[in-house]
Design a protein around this ligand. Sequence first.
Ligand code: PLP
Length: 517
Amino acid sequence: MGPEEFRRAAHQLIDYVADYQETVRSRPVTPDVRPGYMRRLVPAAAPEQAESWPDVMADIERVIMPGMSHWHSPQFHAYYPVGNSYPALLADILSDAIGCVGISWASAPACTELEVIMMDWLGQLLRLPEEFLFSAGRGGGGVIQGSACESTLITLLAARSCKVNQVLRADGVACEDHDGVAVTPDRAALLPRLVAFASDQAHSSVARASLLSGLRIRTLPSDDAASLRGPTLRRAVEEEIQAGNIPFFVLAAIGTTASCAFDNLPELGPVCERYGLWLHIDAAYAGAACICPEFRPLLNGLEYASSFNFNPHKFMLTNLDCSALWVRRSRDLTDVFEVNPLFLKTPASDMPSYRHWAIQLSRRFRALKLWFVMRLYGAEGLRAHVRRQVALAKEFEGLVRADPRFEIAAPVTLGLVCFRLKRYGNMINDHLLSRINGARRIHMVPSMLPNETYVIRFVVCSRYTESRDVQLAWREVQRHTDELLSSTEVLSRAKMLWGSVRAASIGLRLFHSWHSV
Ligand code: PLP
């Protein structure tokens, strides 16, 4: 493909993209295909001869779109939102065109410098404690990661090293074993004694971080509001210390995945401070809302945190992938991840070498999309987006509350509404959701609350969702509820009838047997 053909193809593709975005509401929200559907549409081997752009373009509708869930459809209400906007799309095009690799400042100075400035812009929007900002010059700073999962793993590993070093330093070069024999503390021997904590509502990425790192993460019970409380943590920490273990890390969730619940930072923080634990805050979804002053109190207690993470690629109109992580002391990361082969050595400067802040070596120019999004929406535009999404969730909540068959199962703070049929168990609620999703007009997923209560999650995901979509979603829920409950009623009446018939026939047999005695 030469430059002229590229220009023509790019114009055509951009038109397609704009059309796709503006008409996505007219597509069924989920696909109607079976696993392996694509094998009969795409040849088994790469073409030997070059094909033409029009052929490739035509295959987008023929091959790709039939197998797509449309995450930006205004009727997509599953999981949490994935960010998307025209400014972010433009930035990703430019990033791909520049195609630099931000290994070090020298490898692409603008890539590093923009990331530093964007992380400070974002941090200021969230009113993070200033120690987290580069501009404060106190050793803290932010970095763009690919995902919240990576942020959890990286901070867990950094906390592990900090704790091991601290224990080794405190023990000096030698300490005594149980029999009073002098031994040299062994880094590897300390690892099995380390223990981290997270609540039973923490995202599944926490369990994965434990598997990947080989570190033990103890799951703690959350309270009735699905929140991890300080006394629960304190008791667990003291038990572990009593057992000879070394507590080192706590993950607190601000906006859990199941129900958007909030761990109690003002209670957890002092426990972490007292026992020297790294407090990592996972605000993957909810963090973005805290750019609005009315939601910022959700982060009260943040001053105790060693690290804080949220995903602009969820609730802040930024395309995947863009997960923002701040650390109070960047040395805690760089000391762990710094490896400097000769070909990567660069002169020391006050600019970060971001390869020491992440697992990836090759890093895309992701700061561009934060720059474009923050400039082209402005802080006010971003706040308006958050408020609009929350207002739509509140509208849905009002519809649920007005129907006596349903209940709201968790407080609606942001864009998630957890609801369920009141008088029925988990199985009927699951049937209801299967019917709704089966019709493919809207899409939602369930979650399980701490007391084994199955709930249906309605999330305002798309930036195209409007009041009419909320009303449509509710009509779908009601229609399927009417159908399900009438069939359930018929079923339970049939069961009752069957029960009476059996009782009558048993009675008749007893009657005959008594009379024949
Ligand atoms: N943490 C929470 C609270 C989440 O809700 C999610 C995803 O929804 C994650 C972590 C994982 O985010 P990512 O896909 O960026 O790893």
